[in-house]
Design a protein around this ligand. Structure first.
Ligand SMILES: Cc1cc2nc3c(=O)[nH]c(=O)nc-3n(C[C@H](O)[C@H](O)[C@H](O)COP(=O)(O)O)c2cc1C
Length: 202
């Protein structure tokens, strides 16, 4: 059974291109599994906002479980749930709308919750080791303009760095670029992304 975790970070709801493309990708992934299908877990930040990892939430992680206040217990349980969803997934589909050259701030907050020393990565004498293995990640990006990695695109390189840090190296990128550059550029960007989806689930 292919357990798929879908993470949506666009704030534009049904008008979101990254959401639309991710739905098309997941439909194909499901069809490929045949009768068994997929088990889909959805984490949609537009419906359930992700809070920042503030001092209270970080501090709660260092309080013994039996000594936590109800608020601290709730904060830890929330982050634990995000981690469990990620750990349990075979496949993760992350939608990536570009906001100000980088990832949406709630996606950054999600990363701050799930990157936890001793749980999703660990420090060793020879360096950091990611603890999340055997997962496939699809990054479904939507960009108003056209951007080059490391020059004006800090989104795709950043998320790949974070995933690698956690041990996830099987990452496939699907990108729709030039969406706000006029009808022709938009159509071209969408068409390229759709052919990347086809190739990804061939
Ligand atoms: C707050 C905000 C910031 C944006 N910043 C950028 C940007 O830096 N570069 C860019 O090419 N497009 C930018 N855009 C355009 C989006 O990347 C584009 O609309 C894309 O389709 C968003 O993905 P979505 O359709 O899934 O919401 C921005 C859009 C918003 C709402």
């Amino acid at each position: 059974m292919n357990r798929v975790l879908r993470i949506d970070s666009s704030i534009t709801g049904d008008n979101s291109v990254s959401r639309q493309l991710a739905s098309e990708l997941i439909e194909r992934l499901s069809a490929k599994e045949g009768e068994e299908g997929i088990t889909l877990v959805e984490r949609d930040f537009a419906k359930q906002p992700i809070p920042h990892l503030d001092g209270e939430r970080l501090g709660a992680l260092f309080v013994a479980a039996e000594a936590r206040t109800p608020e601290q217990a709730e904060a830890v349980a929330f982050a634990d749930t995000l981690i469990e969803e990620l750990v349990d997934a075979d496949t993760v589909v992350i939608t990536l709308p570009m906001y100000n050259f980088s990832v949406p701030s709630m996606l950054k907050a999600w990363i701050d919750h799930v990157a936890r020393a001793g749980v999703t990565f660990k420090y060793t004498e020879s360096g950091v080791v990611g603890l999340l293995e055997n997962k496939k990640v699809y990054l479904v990006s939507a960009l108003g303009g056209i951007h080059e990695a490391g020059v004006t695109d800090f989104m795709r390189p950043y998320i790949k760095q974070v995933l690698g840090f956690l041990g996830i190296t099987d990452v496939e990128s699907i990108s729709a670029e030039g969406l706000n550059m006029g009808d022709e550029a938009r159509a071209e960007g969408l068409s390229k992304a759709r052919s990347e989806i086809q190739q990804a689930v061939a």
